[in-house]
Design a protein around this ligand. Structure first.
Ligand code: ZN
Length: 321
């Protein structure tokens, strides 16, 4: 048995673990990112976290794979930009870590890593053409065509959350308007429903303080059968469905996998999306696509990064610094 280290790094935490060839995770180590301290300090914490995982390895470790919450050139391992990590512009992450660790390191976008995990170990194992969409606070996606992860000309392929679905619609965090994320992203769900509670308090009854009302609160109310909450869930699921019609028409995937924290709270959205595709997508594309829930949990990102690193080694793409 040999091992790879998989890493998931975002604006709040870094997680590193040993991942075996079957995708099993062992020796998980977690650190706060402390993104406020800047790239040099974060790099040091990242190195410490990876070293902690390496120290627990029961056998040889072949490579390190890093799923990074930002725009990454997966071929060079350079981080172009990370919205939640101040100062990260054109950081040669792969070269820096290979120098420090003496192991081959591969870097890819964290959502792409999670999509690759679904293809390798999760709900997409039997498909070569699939799209994974993760609905959490933000909305992101990963696209695999012909069995290959697609990263685009500059690493941002699959940003389905910032696909406009309403002309001149709600303002989005990206600076655009009418983006899918501005309707179904966790932050947007909370914003819209809080406004509805302000406008129609009688329809909601006493649902508690507005400041703490989140997408999770809405999901809770749905589970308890609250009529207005259920209406909102149906409306938001429809927005997601409309977005997915566009994705299915453009990419003609065999599989569409839906995951992420917000989606978990609204399991009914999977069927709403499938029904909207049957109703509105091009018949040829609608006929072949199957919609499934994601099969992997919250370690999908680091598991996918490790699997990606193994693939690069096998393909002879290892280029130690
Ligand atoms: Zn946007």
């Amino acid at each position: 048995m040999d091992w790879a280290v998989g890493v998931d790094i975002g604006g709040t935490k870094i997680e590193a673990a040993l991942v075996d060839e079957g995708g099993a995770v062992q020796g998980l180590h977690r650190e706060a990112t402390r993104a406020d301290l800047g790239p040099a300090a974060v790099l040091e914490r990242l190195r410490t976290c990876i070293q902690a995982a390496l120290d627990r390895a029961p056998g040889p470790v072949r490579a390190v794979g890093i799923g990074f919450a930002g725009q990454v050139d997966a071929s060079t391992g350079v981080v172009y930009y990370a919205p939640n990590l101040p100062g990260w512009r054109d950081v040669p992450l792969k070269a820096e870590l290979e120098g420090a660790l003496g192991l081959p390191v591969f870097v890819l976008n964290d959502v792409h890593a999670a999509a690759w995990a679904e293809r390798t170990y999760g709900a997409g194992q039997d498909w070569d053409d699939l799209v994974c969409v993760f609905v959490g606070t933000g909305v992101g996606g990963g696209v695999i065509l012909g069995g290959r992860l697609q990263t685009g000309a500059s690493g941002s392929l699959g940003e389905v959350g910032h696909m406009p679905i309403v002309a001149d619609g709600r303002a989005c965090r990206c600076g655009g308007r009418g983006c899918l994320e501005a309707y179904v992203g966790g932050w947007a769900v909370a914003e819209q429903v809080r406004q509805d509670i302000r406008d129609h308090p009688a329809a909601w009854g006493g649902v508690g303080p507005l400041e703490t009302f989140t997408a999770e609160t809405l999901a809770d109310l749905c589970r308890r059968g609250h009529p207005r909450a259920r209406e909102w869930s149906a409306r938001l699921g429809r927005y997601l469905g409309i977005g997915m019609v566009g994705v299915v028409n453009v990419l003609n995937p065999r599989g569409l996998i839906l995951g992420g924290g917000v989606l978990q709270g609204f399991p009914e959205w999977t069927e709403v999306v499938a029904a909207t595709i049957r109703e509105l997508a091009l018949p040829s594309a609608a006929r072949t696509v199957e919609v499934r829930r994601a099969g992997l949990g919250r370690h999908g990102g680091l598991v996918g990064a490790a699997a990606w690193a193994r693939l690069q080694i096998r393909s002879g793409l290892s280029r130690p610094a």
